[in-house]
Design a protein around this ligand. Structure first.
Ligand code: F6P
Length: 322
């Protein structure tokens, strides 16, 4: 290969810039040119390309967001859109693509490969950590740290006022952010989509805490939990406690921004490097991931079909320690 492209797609995640940097610098070391595709698959359709040099990825390792910009492209879901996208890749002389994104982006990459035969390798970039084939996705560690910092602050005011707080976190239909941040912030309990939420047992737990003289309580709720989210819970559970005033905080997009943690920078650098190495070796239609400290490949079909499994020991830990 003489020229490859890199794009970021779907929801941005802290560490995407570090990953692009690694892709560019690894490719250039092998005398392979790199084109940046702006705004993900939408930019591929619109021909929004930019040449990337060693210097164009200087000073970005510490920056959140993605300097290539990102999008969720509806046009790429159509055969017409994909035809135009492939024609643009050919015009530009691109022989392989590194896609940094989540499961939706990998489905797009898979289709591109199946329909036009262009080699594609993916790097898992999403705060949700919901991809099978990697212990951690780029951005997940930073997002968890952001939640923990926020909950630490909420705890101060919750305690000062004797309040019950429902804190809603992101994760789409997965509870990884909720579970990890719940343990790290000492939450009373964590409600996640992977387990059934029993409102009565939640009320029991809170009552026990009250009897044990706890002055405040924090419940972390994953946005995809079947309970319907923090506001619904505040209505159904909060109304049972006259001694605690109930408050809701929805952390929202604050979880997606900010400077990536050291862990995410190292992860993103390793994944970006491995993606290019494997692409140049002739691999395609696979995601690179971190498994037991090694960078490994998983077919897109598996990475997008299964979720990572929730660690039941961690789940148990929340309840034991609350
Ligand atoms: O996939 C990342 C994520 O932040 C999810 O946790 C969340 O459900 C979704 O994206 C929000 O998407 P948007 O930024 O398009 O509202």
């Amino acid at each position: 290969m003489k020229k490859i492209a890199v794009l970021t797609s779907g929801g941005d995640a802290p560490g995407m810039n570090a990953c692009v940097r690694a892709v560019v610098r690894t490719a250039l070391k092998s005398d392979v040119q790199v084109t940046g595709i702006c705004r993900g698959f939408q930019g591929m359709i619109e021909g929004d390309f930019t040449p990337l040099s060693h210097l164009s990825v200087s000073n970005i390792i510490h920056r959140g967001g993605t300097f290539l910009k990102t999008a969720r492209s509806k046009d790429f879901l159509t055969p017409e859109g994909r035809k135009v996208a492939f024609a643009n890749l050919q015009k530009e002389g691109i022989e392989g693509v590194v896609v940094i994104g989540g499961d939706g982006s990998f489905r797009g990459a898979m289709t591109l490969n199946t329909e036009f035969g262009i080699p594609v390798i993916g790097c898992p970039g999403t705060i949700d950590n919901d991809l099978f084939g990697t212990d951690s996705t780029i951005g997940y560690d930073t997002a968890v740290n952001t939640v923990v910092q926020a909950v630490d602050k909420i705890r101060d005011t919750a305690d000062a006022h004797n309040r019950l707080f429902f804190v809603e976190v992101m994760g789409r239909d997965a509870g990884f952010i909720a579970l990890r941040s719940g343990i790290a912030s000492g939450a009373e309990t964590v409600l996640i989509p992977e387990t059934t939420t029993y409102v009565n047992s939640l009320i029991d737990t809170l009552e026990k805490g009250w009897k044990n003289h706890k002055s405040s309580a924090i419940i972390i709720v994953a946005e995809g939990d079947e309970s319907g989210g923090a506001y619904e819970l505040a209505k159904s559970v909060g109304s049972k406690f006259s001694h605690w005033e109930t408050k809701v905080t929805v952390l929202g997009h604050i979880q997606r921004g900010g400077s990536p943690s050291a862990f995410d920078r190292v992860l993103a650098s390793g994944l970006g490097n491995k993606a290019v190495v494997e692409l140049l070796k002739g691999e395609t239609n696979k995601m690179v991931g971190l498994h037991h400290k090694n960078f490994v490949l998983t077919p897109f079909s598996m990475a997008t079909k299964h979720h990572n499994k929730i660690n039941s020991q961690l789940l148990e830990l929340v309840n034991v320690l609350s």
